[in-house]
Each structure stands twice: as structure tokens, then as C-alpha cells.
Design a protein around this ligand. Sequence first.
Ligand code: PNS
Length: 167
Amino acid sequence: MDKAIYPGSFDPVTNGHLDIIKRCSEIVKELTVAVLENPRKKALFSVEERVEMLKRITAPFPNVTVDYFSGLLIDYAQKKNIFLIIKGLRAISDFEFEFQMALANRKLNPNIETLFMMTSNNYSYLSSSIVKEVASFGGDFSDLVPPEVYEMIKRKFSKSGCKKRSF
Ligand code: PNS
């Protein structure tokens, strides 16, 4: 396969995301990881910060680039001339929403295909929300995110003066 987009909010990037990026980069020639800039959704990290963390963790993969977009994903994909979208699936609970999105995207642009990649077993419970929840209460999340991202989250929560709690 030639080129693909792996889109997401990545607020923040988890080891589950990194696993999909790694595996995908071995299948496609060029992978674009695209961060959604969504002014309607309050994020912990700015788009610039999320792009930065993705750039750091994807540095070892020469065929991976990082970008951001706003608006419809299919418009971004068309603009970039990329006709394959990769999404990660963790559990059946993800399926319904992802299925709806994939069908909506196909209705909007039938030339763009969506492929799903199953998460690795270790990460089936993992999400950005879980990481934020654990980090915000001072729990140990060092196994959940890449080390570079761990430091960025630590800094973010220490700046916001969040109280620590041991689990
Ligand atoms: O990491 P997420 O939050 O699950 O990623 C969701 C994302 C960014 C892939 C999805 O929300 C998206 O593509 N948003 C852009 C708007 C769009 O194209 N929606 C689909 C058609 S309704």
C-alpha cells in the first residue's frame, strides 16, 4: 500500500496509538499522522503540543510524518491525495461509532477507504481519557505513554497545580 492517514485527537498520545503507528508504518510506504484541531472540544494539550509529541515519538520512523487538520477528515485526505484512512479498534464498544464514521466518510467521498487495525492485547483498555484521569489524580501512568509524552504530561499537571493522590 502506498499512503495512509492515521487521524485522531491524540490528547495525549498513548502507547496504544504508538503501537498502531509502528505497525502501520510497516505496511504503508508513507503514513501521515493527522491531529484534529477541534475548537469545540476542550483539549489538555494544544494542537502544537500534540504535533510536537507525535513528532518526537515518530522520529525513529522515516516514513511517518505528522500534520494537523480542521474540518472534515475526507476533505483533508482529498487535499493531501491520500485515499486510505487507518483507524485503531480496541473493543466492540469502539465498533459502533467507528462503523458510523466510516460509513459517513464513504458517503461523503466513496474514493476514500477506511481500514481498521485491531489494537494489541496489552492496550485494549487504554485511551487518552484513562491516561488523563490517572495522571490528574497522581497515579502511575508511566507504562501507558511513551517516555517523552510522560514528561510532557507531568509538566502539564505540575503547572496546573494538580494535587497528587496515591492509589
Ligand atoms: O482520536 P479520536 O478523537 O477518536 O479521533 C476522531 C477523529 C479526529 C478521527 C474524528 O473525530 C474526525 O475525523 N473528525 C473530523 C470531522 C469528520 O470528518 N467527521 C466524520 C464525518 S461525520
